[in-house]
Design a protein around this ligand. Structure first.
Ligand code: 4AD
Ligand code: MG
Length: 427
C-alpha cells in the first residue's frame, strides 16, 4: 500500500480520491457519535473524522495522543477543517499505542527542554529543523559555487586556537588532549594545497556564562583562503549572509510564514553592509553612556545597543591587537591594531569573527610568546610560514547564531536539536 504525504492532500491534489496516510495523533476530540483526530506526518497535519458504526470506530476510541497510526478514506474539501481538507475515515490501524504523553499545552521552555526528545516532534521544532537543514545546504552550495573545497578538520586537538579559558580537555588514551574550538589552524594548512577551503563542523567551547547566544557545542562554518585581504573577508561574508537569507526566503517560504518570520527583513539583507572601525564603535558607545575605553572588549550589552542603531548586519573592524587572538595579522604602520573584523546583527550581536592571519614567521612567534603560549605547541603551525608563506584570510560563523537571528528565536538552544550548555547535556 502506498501512503500519501499529508502536504499533498493540503495542496489539493487528492480531493475525492481514496488515499492512505500514516503518522501520529496530534489532537483528539470526541462527541457522541464522532471522533475528530488531527494526524500529523513529517509534512503537515490533517483532520480525520471517524463516525460511529464504521470499521475505524473501535480503534479511534482507543487511540491516544502521539499513537502511531495508518488510516484511509476518501479526501473531502471542507472549509471548516484545519487546512481546508479532511478524511472521513473508514479503516484505521494503530501501529503503536502511546502511553499518556507528558507534553500538554502551555508548558515552560525549561520543561520542554527536559523532554527535548519528545518536543522535537512539535510543529515548531519540525519547522526550525527543516529550515536548519536548508541553511546548512545553502551554505555548502555557496562555498562550492565559489570554488571553495570542503575539508574535514580533526575534533581532538593538542593546542588552543581561541584561548585556554574555553577549552574542553579530554583524555585520549594516556594523553591529555582538547576538543577543537575552531578548524582555523588546520584550514590554514590546507590552503597551501587547495588555496580556497571551508569547513562546516562542530566546535566546542567550555562557556561558563549562561546567555541566550552561547552553546558549548555549536556548528561552525569556517572558510580560509590564500592571496586575500581584509576587504575580501568582508566581501565574502556579505555575499554568504545575503545569499543564505535570499535563498531561504525562496526555499522555505511556507515554513517561515508558519513560524511568523518577517521575510521582508530577510530580503532586505543585501550587500554592502555598513562598516565601522572599532574606534568608531567605542565612540558611539561612549555617546550612548557606556563606560568603555579604547582597548576594552565589547560584551553582549554593548553589541546589542550598537546593533539596534544599525538594524541590519554590519561590520566592526580594526580591533586592538591585545583583545584578539595570537594569529591575527597587524598593520605595518600600526602594530597595535589587528586586521580583525566582526559582523554584528540585531538581537544576537556577534555573528562572525574573521580577518587576516599573521604570515610573517618571526612576528607570529613573538605573538605566540606574548600571549603566554608555548611556541613548541605551535611548531607545525609556524612551519606554514617557513615554507612558502602567503597572505591569507578567513572567518568563522556560528550556524545557530545565524538561525537564531534569521528566525528571531529567543534562545540559541532552539536552533539546534540537542543543545549543550553548562547545565544541559541530555538527552
Ligand atoms: O569568534 P570566534 O571565537 O572565532 C574563531 O573561532 C575563529 N578561529 C574563526 C575563524 O576565523 N576561522 O568564533 C567564531 C563564531 C562567532 O562569531 C560566533 O558566531 C560563533 O563562532 N560562536 C559561538 N556560537 C555559539 N556558541 C558559542 N559558545 C560560540 N562561540 C563562538
Ligand atoms: Mg569572535
Amino acid at each position: 500500500m502506498s501512503f500519501v504525504p499529508i502536504q499533498e492532500i493540503l495542496a489539493g491534489k487528492c480531493e475525492g480520491k481514496q488515499i492512505s496516510v500514516r503518522g501520529w495523533i496530534f489532537r483528539k476530540r470526541e462527541s457522541k457519535k464522532t471522533i475528530f483526530l488531527l494526524v500529523r506526518d513529517a509534512t503537515g497535519t490533517i483532520q480525520s473524522i471517524v463516525k460511529e458504526g464504521t470499521p475505524a470506530w473501535r480503534e479511534a476510541q482507543k487511540i491516544t495522543i502521539e499513537s502511531s497510526v495508518t488510516l484511509d478514506g476518501v479526501v473531502r474539501k471542507d472549509e471548516r477543517a484545519p487546512g481546508g481538507y479532511e478524511i472521513p475515515t473508514q479503516q484505521m490501524s494503530i501501529i503503536g499505542l502511546a502511553e499518556t504523553f507528558p507534553i500538554t499545552k502551555d508548558q515552560s521552555p525549561e520543561f520542554l527542554r527536559n523532554v527535548r526528545h519528545l518536543w522535537l516532534r512539535s510543529r515548531k521544532m519540525n519547522l526550525i529543523m527543516r529550515i536548519r537543514s536548508e541553511v546548512l545546504g545553502q551554505i555548502h552550495c555557496f562555498f562550492r559555487k565559489n570554488g571553495f573545497i570542503e575539508i574535514s578538520p580533526p575534533m581532538f586537538i593538542t593546542s588552543a586556537c581561541e584561548g585556554g579559558s574555553t577549552l574542553f580537555s579530554t583524555k585520549y588514551f594516556n594523553n591529555d588532549l582538547f576538543m577543537t574550538q575552531s578548524a582555523q589552524l588546520y584550514s590554514e594548512v590546507l590552503i597551501y594545497s587547495l588555496e580556497k577551503v571551508y569547513t562546516c563542523a562542530p566546535s566546542f567551547r567550555a562557556e561558563k556564562s549562561r546567555t541566550i547566544r552561547h552553546l558549548c557545542e555549536y556548528w561552525h562554518v569556517e572558510p580560509e583562503w590564500a592571496f586575500a585581504d581584509m576587504d575580501d573577508v568582508m566581501s565574502v561574508e556579505e555575499d554568504l549572509v545575503s545569499y543564505v537569507c535570499q535563498t531561504i526566503v525562496n526555499q522555505c517560504s511556507q515554513e517561515l510564514e508558519e513560524l511568523g518570520v518577517n521575510t521582508e527583513r530577510l530580503l532586505e539583507v543585501q550587500k554592502p553592509f555598513p562598516r565601522i572601525t572599532y574606534r568608531e564603535a567605542i565612540e558611539r558607545l561612549q555617546k550612548r553612556g557606556f563606560d568603555i575605553k579604547w582597548g576594552e572588549d565589547m560584551g553582549y550589552d554593548e553589541e546589542k545597543v550598537l546593533a539596534e542603531e544599525f538594524k541590519e548586519p554590519f561590520f566592526v573592524f580594526d580591533y586592538p591587537r591585545e583583545i584578539k587572538a595570537f594569529y591575527c595579522k597587524t598593520y605595518k604602520d600600526q602594530p597595535e591594531i589587528a586586521m580583525s573584523v566582526d559582523m554584528l546583527v540585531p538581537k544576537v550581536g556577534e555573528l562572525t569573527t574573521g580577518g587576516a592571519r599573521e604570515d610573517d614567521k618571526d612576528k607570529l612567534i613573538k605573538r605566540i610568546q606574548d600571549s603566554g603560549l608555548r611556541v613548541d605547541d605551535y611548531n607545525w603551525y609556524i612551519d606554514l610560514r617557513r615554507y612558502g608563506t602567503v597572505p591569507h584570510v578567513g572567518f568563522g560563523l556560528g550556524v545557530e547564531r545565524l538561525i537564531m537571528w534569521m528566525l528571531n528565536l529567543d534562545n540559541i538552544m532552539d536552533a539546534i536539536p540537542f543543545p549543550r550548555t553548562p547545565r544541559r547535556f541530555f538527552p
